[in-house]
Design a binder for this molecule. Structure first.
Ligand SMILES: Cc1cc2nc3c(=O)[nH]c(=O)nc-3n(C[C@H](O)[C@H](O)[C@H](O)COP(=O)(O)OP(=O)(O)OC[C@H]3O[C@@H](n4cnc5c(N)ncnc54)[C@H](O)[C@@H]3O)c2cc1C
Length: 330
C-alpha cells in the first residue's frame, strides 16, 4: 500500500526573521532543510504538519567561518561540504569524519548540519510503513499508547542516531538558536533530552541557526561508526573521542556515543584515568563506554552487541589517537 505525502504549505523565506515569524504563526509547522529525514518520515505517515518552512534560501545560514575563536557553522551547511572542508579536516577531524560518515554521498549533498542535529529519533517499531505500524497497533511514538520495546513504559525509547552530534559534543560545541523570544546560546548537550518523542529542547517555532566549536586544544579527535551497510546506513553505534596525552600519561579524554539512547551521550567520569599510560586506560575505557550505553531493543542489532561493539570501537579509536599524539609530538 502506498502512502501519499500529506498536504502542506511550503514557505521559502529569505530571512531568518521571516522564517521564525512564519513558524511561530503556524502551530505544528516544521522547519525543512535538506528534507532527507523529514520528507521520508512524512511519506511514511509520521506526522502531517500544516506547513514546512524551508531554511535553505536564507542568506548566510550556510557559512563555514574559521577564526581565532574557532569554527562557526551555519545550520544549513551541507554535510558533503563540511566533511570535505580542508580547514575542518585539519582542525576538527572528528567533525569532518562524522559528517562524511552520514548516509551516502547523494544524501550528504542535500543533508544539512542543523537537520542532522535535529533529526527524529528512530526505532524498529516506528520506522516502518503505515500499514506495518497499523497492523502492530502503532506505538507510543506515533499514534499508539504502548511502547513495544519496553512494555508498560510511559516514555518512548526511540534512539537518537545522528552521527555529527557526538563529534560536536567531544569538541565542546555550543548551539545558537532563534525563536520568537530572540536568540539563545546553549551547550550542545542541552539541545537534547532522553525521551524519544520529545528529544529536542527547542520551543515551538525555534530553529537552530549556528554551531560554534572552540579552537583545537592540542587533542587528537576522531569518529568511529558501526553500521549494517557501510555504504549508506544509520549508526548501530557511533563513538567520538577527543584524547590528549602528556608524555606517557593521559592529559585529557572526552568520549561521546550515538545510536544507543534517545539522546547522544557524553560518557561520564573519565577523569579518573588522567595521568595513566594507555595500557592502564584501555580496560577502564571499555568498561566506562559499556556502562554509558543505554541500548534497548530499538534496532536490528541486539543491545548486547551494541554495548560490546561500542566498547571495542572506543578502544580501537583510543589506541589510534594515542599513537597519533606520540607521532605529532615527535
Ligand atoms: C537511507 C537514509 C540513511 C541515513 N543515514 C544516516 C546516517 O548514517 N547518519 C545520520 O546522522 N543520518 C542519516 N540519515 C538521516 C538524514 O539523512 C540526516 O540526518 C540528515 O543530515 C538530515 O538533514 P536534513 O537537512 O536533510 O534534515 P531535514 O530532513 O530537512 O530535517 C530533519 C529534522 O530536523 C528539523 N530541522 C532541520 N533543520 C533545522 C534547524 N535548523 N533547526 C531546527 N530544526 C531543524 C526538521 O524539522 C526535521 O524534523 C539517513 C536518512 C536516510 C533516508
Amino acid at each position: 500500500m502506498t502512502t501519499l505525502m500529506p498536504p502542506f504549505r511550503l514557505h521559502r523565506p529569505a530571512s531568518l526573521a521571516e522564517a521564525v515569524a512564519t513558524l511561530s504563526a503556524t502551530p505544528g509547522g516544521r522547519p525543512l532543510a535538506g528534507g532527507t529525514d523529514l520528507l521520508v518520515n512524512l511519506r511514511r505517515g509520521m506526522g502531517a504538519p500544516p506547513a514546512l518552512v524551508d531554511l535553505t534560501s536564507i542568506n548566510g545560514l550556510d557559512r563555514i567561518d574559521v577564526g581565532a575563536d574557532g569554527l562557526v557553522l551555519g545550520a544549513t551547511v551541507d554535510l558533503a561540504r563540511l566533511g570535505d572542508d580542508p580547514r575542518v579536516r585539519a582542525g576538527w577531524p572528528a567533525l569532518a569524519q562524522a559528517a562524511a560518515a552520514v548516509a551516502g554521498p547523494t544524501h550528504r549533498e542535500a543533508a544539512t548540519l542543523g537537520g542532522n542535529l535535529c533529526q527524529d529519533t528512530r526505532c524498529v517499531f516506528v520506522n516502518q510503513s503505515e500499514w506495518w505500524r497499523a497492523a502492530n497497533s502503532y506505538c507510543l511514538k506515533v499514534r499508539g499508547d504502548t511502547c513495544h520495546v519496553v512494555k508498560k513504559s510511559e516514555r518512548c525509547y526511540a534512539v537518537y542516531a545522528g552521527d555529527v552530534a557526538p563529534a560536536l559534543l567531544v569538541l565542546g560545541a555550543t548551539v545558537e538558536t532563534a525563536g520568537r523570544d530572540g536568540t539563545r546560546h546553549l551547550p550542545l548537550a542541552d539541545l537534547f533530552r532522553e525521551e524519544g518523542r520529545t528529544h529536542l529542547a527547542l520551543e515551538p517555532g525555534e530553529v537552530v541557526t549556528a554551531i560554534r566549536v572552540p579552537p583545537p586544544d592540542g587533542a587528537s579527535t576522531g569518529y568511529r561508526k558501526v553500521r549494517v551497510r557501510d555504504s549508506i546506513d544509520f549508526p548501530l553505534a557511533g563513538i567520538a573521542m577527543s584524547l590528549r596525552r602528556s608524555g606517557d600519561g593521559l592529559a585529557g579524554l572526552r568520549v561521546a556515543l550515538t545510536g544507543i539512547a534517545s539522546a547522544p551521550v557524553l560518557v561520564p567520569d573519565l577523569d579518573t584515568m588522567l595521568g595513566r599510560p594507555w595500557a592502564e586506560i584501555a580496560g577502564p575505557l571499555a568498561e566506562a563506554v559499556r556502562k554509558g550505553c543505554n541500548a534497548v531493543k530499538t534496532t536490528v542489532a541486539t543491545p548486547k552487541y551494541r554495548r560490546r561493539v561500542s566498547a571495542a570501537a572506543a578502544v580501537a579509536l583510543g589506541a589510534e589517537l594515542w599513537a597519533g599524539q606520540e607521532e605529532s609530538a615527535a
